[in-house]
Write a new protein. Structure first.
Length: 318
């Protein structure tokens, strides 16, 4: 029997493999990442966004590392400034299988506002899976947050969010566990727009540590616990969010209780005066212990409808 010519086989296959490895290596090392950054900026601009990238390079075989990323998302409302988000460093990776699959999966690590966020995101034609962890993010270093809160916040954010949203939204599931250590509302300079009152400058109010726990089951996020009890302010929230597509259409139905402590009223003459002037209008919202209580319903991205609920017991709306 003739011997198998392994030596010749290795010679004939080795050279092409060596050439292929060299080609991949040098293509990987000499890829025009500056051109790619420019393309990302142009693609974002075509969709109405503004993106700035200081540096872009490779991370692993199928990943990218971006430094100094700034994202500007225009507001849908006239006269409202755009959402401005700055990320110090962002690493995004995917797999070779994901690149050729209809369902795209990505992992990311981000450094922003003195903290970190990392996680995995999978996006299909009609489904979404998210798993995100957040550690030590300084809310005071996120000016974009004011677009949603309408008032400056201080505190350190951490926690985890998991969401599995299949094509049938009512089958969505997941968990939300977030905490803010040292929550402070207001900065004594920025104005909070209050309908009928104009802008009110809110002095810093210590709300203590905030804890938010929600369970998502069958498309409904039930807020099991959301409370922050500080020396100036006590906040409590119970209720639910029925998830919809897009998420801004999700239906909110919650009970909110806020108690402003006497010590804060004494040191903040502006808030104390406002409460005195509004006392008649707030009568229906005042509870027996002096807290202000409202039930709030509506879509997350639309108009919310607050209703005074001072005479009701504090429980999740039905």
């Amino acid at each position: 029997m003739d011997r198998i010519p392994f030596k010749k086989i290795l010679q004939w296959t080795g050279y092409p493999l060596f050439f292929l490895l060299c080609f991949v290596f040098f293509a990987y090392k000499t890829f025009p990442y500056e051109k790619l950054a420019d393309r990302i900026v142009l693609e974002a601009r075509a969709k109405g966004y503004e993106v700035e990238i200081i540096d872009l390079s490779h991370s692993g075989l199928t990943g990218l590392e971006l430094e100094g990323v700034r994202l500007l998302i225009p507001s849908e409302e006239d006269g409202v400034p755009p959402l401005d988000l700055i990320v110090d460093e962002l690493t995004v990776g995917t797999s070779l299988f994901s690149l050729i699959s209809d369902s795209k999966s990505y992992s990311f690590e981000a450094e922003l506002a003195g903290g970190e966020a990392e996680g995995d995101i999978s996006v299909g034609e009609s489904d979404l899976d998210v798993d995100i962890e957040i550690d030590d993010v300084d809310l005071g270093a996120l000016p974009a947050l004011k677009k949603f809160t309408k008032i400056p916040l201080e505190g350190v954010l951490g926690g985890e969010v998991t969401l599995s949203m299949p094509s049938e939204v009512e089958e969505s599931s997941g968990d939300v566990e977030l905490r803010i250590e040292g929550l402070v509302l207001g900065d004594g300079k920025s104005k909070l727009e209050i309908p009928g009152w104009g802008g009110l400058t809110v002095d810093p109010a210590d709300a203590g540590n905030l804890e938010l726990v929600a369970k998502i089951d069958r498309g409904i996020a039930k807020i099991e616990r959301a409370k922050a009890h500080g020396k100036d302010l006590e906040l409590d929230v119970l209720g639910r969010v029925r998830l919809q597509r897009p998420l801004k259409r999700s239906d909110l139905n919650v009970m909110v209780r806020a108690k402003i402590m006497d010590a804060y009223k004494e040191k903040s003459a502006k808030v104390s005066t406002m409460l005195e002037l509004a006392s008649s209008g707030l009568k229906a919202a005042l509870t027996a212990d002096g807290a202000i209580q409202y039930s709030i319903a509506g879509s997350l991205g639309g108009r919310l409808r607050p209703r005074a609920a001072g005479k009701q017991s504090f429980q999740a709306p039905k």
